[in-house]
Design a protein around this ligand. Structure first.
Ligand SMILES: [Zn+2]
Length: 68
């Protein structure tokens, strides 16, 4: 799979660098802008955010991808 650029909330929680075991550990305030389109990971059409809204991808994001 290519590196995803837009993620929905559930995928962002799973793969984002701001999350450990789907718990938010990033900065208390950060700007999140979501647009309605297809998630690059699960393909669902929903509100998706840019990678930097989830703290980028975890280094080993493909491992978490396969762990669903
Ligand atoms: Zn998704």
């Amino acid at each position: 799979m290519n590196t995803p650029k837009k993620l929905c909330q559930p995928c962002g929680r799973k793969l984002g660098g701001f999350y450990i075991d789907e718990r938010f550990v990033g900065p208390a305030t950060h700007i999140a802008t979501y647009t309605l389109r297809c998630c690059d990971v699960c393909g669902k059409k929903t509100a998706v955010g840019d990678l930097n809204e989830f703290g980028g991808l975890k280094k080993d994001w493909t491992y978490y991808l396969n762990r669903r």
